[in-house]
Design a protein around this ligand. Sequence first.
Ligand SMILES: [Zn+2]
Ligand SMILES: [Zn+2]
Length: 125
Amino acid sequence: MPRPTAITLDRQRQLLIIPWDDGHRSEYPLSFLREGCPCVECRGGHDNMGQPPDVDSLLLTIPLERTKSYLISKLLPVGNYGLQPEWTDGHQTGLYTWAYLRELCPCPECRARAKDQSLYRPLGE
Ligand SMILES: [Zn+2]
Ligand SMILES: [Zn+2]
């Protein structure tokens, strides 16, 4: 499992830049990173679409897409396996593990590989 050798928050270009110890380099637009937030709150919102609203989860998901912050105020390392960004709207429950970040890498090379893997998955396995 590749690990980051550094984590750079480029506030000017609004990118999170991660060079990996296998030589790969990932650049995540912050909006992309926020939309991919792995926390239960963000992911649960998608699973619950079309379901009758549950008031508790409604309260949790009240920040609408357009009011979501795409700016990171703080980056907190989590042990040696991930990081937890705090967004300027206070959202900070997303824990991005290295594996998740690597999977999320938006570069053409990684996107192509992800596509290949789903296309060429051996049949019957
Ligand atoms: Zn989230
Ligand atoms: Zn990549």
